[in-house]
Design a binder for this molecule. Structure first.
Ligand code: NAD
Length: 699
């Protein structure tokens, strides 16, 4: 039995760190719900606890976390301002200076400052389910309390570069193999930590004084090259690599070097943007006033349609431990879909991403049918059939007839009006949109669409499911393209107008990737295929405003059989060898013809102008849809673009970017946008939207 006697020293913040003696061993328990974030009060509580242990003549100490984890990281809300004493290195110095050994007992997660705190202890014991990592680089800075110095003394430099620059979270078993922890605790963690100390002798063992493990320089070089490439050469990645590489130097000098870099980078533009996004992502999955406890339990799911999306959705559901029934139109289509899923599970095993037994379990949890009767045990069914209103309405009607009354029905439609889709149903309140992105088991973004009649319980269930699937939810209302695709359409339209007005597709793409987008708009079109948008344009041709500027180039490309990568050519030609995109004279000729037809005399655009025009289109459209109430909050738009459209995370998102730009310049960009789009342009309330955005930069 653990007896936790909390004894507040006069200086300690009540309740944040408990102190108790177990025989001659002091037990310090960090208790700062929900995740024991290393706040100022926690840091103070630990130094006070160490002082109390010294005073009590302790022979050793155990440092652990109450509740669900050790410490999930430092309190990020403190990171945009001056840090108050004691800072984390001061806490670690107190632990190192203590005359007795300190064991960190890790469970749940030990991340960021939490892992650094434990690395400042003499030993680490972990529960087998614990996960460890230094995710600082994903927030734009670096570990600043010895992470880049103590970790490599334990794991070697090549591993430390990999773990730190990848912001990896590794399981305790791997941490044991790497030497990051000294033992795994079977059973009660505190008992194991106490036994570890008592079984001693456990001399003081400071990670920073350990001799660096012998290593092959070539392995360190290779790790550094990979990390820099993966980290897109961001300054914090380069610094982390430099510091880890030099971690065999004088520890005092190197720790001071690391701290100085940390202090500078935590206040860098990247860090402010990424911190903003961190909080924006946590907010995006919530709806004010929604009772999340009303969410229904989902354990068995159905998927209708086993095409590109259906297969990915099935894989995502299986990975989250749900059982799945897949329905297809006929036996042949079903067999194709099931063998597709089977093959991708096999490929995951071959790549080492999934164990053979894990794949077996998932296969066993999946069944297929052509008859809706097989869905009777499902709590939720997601349709991913063709993007046709009549097909979807027919599927929904059949689902309503086949499912128990409380089961949830979701549609994966990209553009269709869900309010119209549910018109014939007796219970439209059970329908919502779950808009996945391709590939559905990989892409983080999930738009959770609240149709006019969707009930609160169904919406809450969708949000809860998103969490279970490891997705980043963004709540949207019904509207053409919801949040992401609607904004993307405005962005793509601006890109096409730039080409019509004189830019080359490769110039536009280079400007987009130069800004930090994962790919340029034309490379994306070629990858996903030009035919879907073409079909939509044909459907909408009759209702198009004849006075609006219309770019005929994509239609001409499709008519010439250039549907993108799948036909070997689209906006670009794809060499048969490497498959690399090459500008194609045939496309240039086609563009020239379109310009002549439209009476445009081509201008030249520099990369900066192209970038600002693409962004202005995104920002304006975002303001329009916020105005219409389709997105809940400005920060949700940033979350959607960063998680589903390759927007560079270190820029925070398009609205964050706009809010931190000069107003006059942005106004000029919006004017130029209005002029380029011309007839039918709708200006969104950009200034109002940006004024309401909390960038977190004021403090
Ligand atoms: P797809 O053509 O690859 O797959 C559709 C599948 O549905 C086919 O296998 C077809 O046999 C099956 N199907 C059609 N009618 C059916 C019926 N009545 N009963 C059972 N099965 C039926 O299409 P997709 O790309 O997977 O798209 C499916 C849906 O997902 C569409 O609504 C689309 O707009 C949406 N979506 C697509 C993407 C994408 O990137 N492809 C992204 C997000 C959403």
């Amino acid at each position: 039995m653990n007896t936790h006697v909390t004894q507040d020293t006069p200086e300690a913040s009540p309740g944040t760190v408990g102190f108790a003696m177990q025989g001659d061993i002091a037990v310090l328990t960090i208790d700062n719900p929900p995740v024991n974030a290393g706040s100022h009060a926690v840091r103070r509580g630990i130094t006070d606890g160490i002082a109390a242990a010294c005073e009590a003549g302790a022979a050793g100490a155990v440092l652990m976390g109450a509740g669900r984890c050790f410490v999930a990281g430092s309190d990020l809300r403190e990171f945009g301002k001056p840090l108050a004493w004691p800072e984390l290195p001061d806490v670690i110095a107190a632990i190192e200076d203590a005359p007795f050994p300190v064991v960190a007992a890790l469970h749940g997660v030990a991340l960021g400052g939490g892992l650094e705190l434990s690395l400042g202890c003499d030993y680490r014991i972990a529960a087998p389910d614990a996960r460890l990592g230094l995710p600082e680089v994903s927030l734009g800075f670096i570990p600043g309390a010895g992470g880049t110095q103590r970790m490599p003394r334990l794991t070697g430099r090549a591993s430390a570069i990999d773990l730190i620059c990848r912001a990896a979270r590794i399981p305790a078993t791997e941490a044991l193999t790497l030497g990051l922890v000294d033992g795994l605790a079977e059973g009660d963690l505190l008992a194991a930590a106490l036994a570890f100390l008592r079984e001693g002798p456990r001399p003081k063992r400071l990670a920073r004084t350990l001799p660096p493990p012998p290593e092959d320089e070539a392995a360190i070089d290779a790790a550094a090259r990979t990390a820099l490439k993966r980290g897109k050469g961001r300054p914090n990645i380069a610094e982390a690599i430099r510091l880890v590489r030099a971690s065999d130097g004088d520890a005092g000098t190197m720790l001071a070097d690391e701290r100085a870099v940390f202090q500078r980078l935590r206040l860098s533009d990247d860090a402010f943007a990424l911190r903003y996004l961190f909080f924006a992502e946590r907010t995006a999955g919530s709806v004010d006033g929604l009772d999340m406890t009303a969410a229904l339990r989902v354990s068995a799911a159905g998927v209708i349609g086993g095409g590109t999306m259906g297969q990915g959705i099935v894989r995502a559901l299986l990975a989250a431990g749900l059982s799945v029934v897949l329905i297809e139109r006929d036996e042949a289509a079903l067999a194709t879909a099931l063998s597709g899923i089977d093959a991708s599970l096999g490929a995951q095993v071959a790549r080492g991403r999934l164990s053979a037994s894990g794949a077996e379990q998932r296969r066993a949890a999946l069944s297929g049918a052509v008859d809706y009767g097989a869905l009777s045990g499902c709590d939720l069914v997601i349709e991913a059939v063709f993007e046709e209103m009549s097909v979807k309405q027919d599927v929904l009607a059949r689902l309503e007839a086949a499912l128990p009354a409380e089961a949830i029905i979701a549609t994966n439609t990209s553009y269709l009006d869900i309010d119209e889709m549910v018109q014939g149903l007796s219970h439209p309140e059970r329908v919502l949109g779950l808009h996945f992105f391709s590939p559905a088991d990989v892409m983080k973004l999930l738009e959770v669409v609240r149709a006019a009649r969707t009930s609160d319980a169904v919406l809450a269930s969708g949000l809860k499911l998103a969490g279970r699937l490891g997705k980043q939810p963004v709540v949207a209302r019904v509207g053409e393209g919801f949040v992401g695709n609607r904004i993307y359409a405005a962005y793509r339209r601006r890109a096409e107008l730039l080409v019509l007005d004189g830019a080359a597709p490769e110039e536009v793409d280079a400007a987009a990737t130069g800004f930090g987008f994962a790919m340029g708009p034309f490379a994306v079109s070629d990858m996903s295929g030009l035919d879907i948008a073409w079909a939509m344009r044909k459907r909408q041709a009759a209702s198009r405003d004849p006075q609006a500027r219309y770019v005929t180039i994509p239609d001409r490309l499709c008519e010439a059989g250039r549907l993108g990568r799948k036909t070997g050519k689209g906006w670009y030609a794809y060499g048969s060898g490497s498959g690399a995109a090459e500008p194609d004279p045939e496309v240039a000729a086609l563009i020239d013809a379109a310009r002549a037809e439209a009476g445009v005399s081509p201008q030249s655009f520099d990369a900066g102008t192209i970038q600002r025009q693409l962004l202005a289109a995104i920002v304006n459209e975002a303001a329009c849809l916020l105005d219409e109430g389709i997105a809940q909050r400005a920060s949700d738009v940033d979350v959607a673009l960063a998680n589903g459209y390759g927007f560079p995370r270190w820029r925070g998102g398009p609205l964050y970017w706009a809010a931190t730009e000069g107003r006059a310049e942005l106004e000029a960009d919006l004017k130029a946008l209005a002029a380029a789009v011309g007839h039918g342009f709708r200006a969104g309330p950009v200034a109002e939207v940006l004024a309401g955005l909390d960038t977190g930069r004021e403090g």
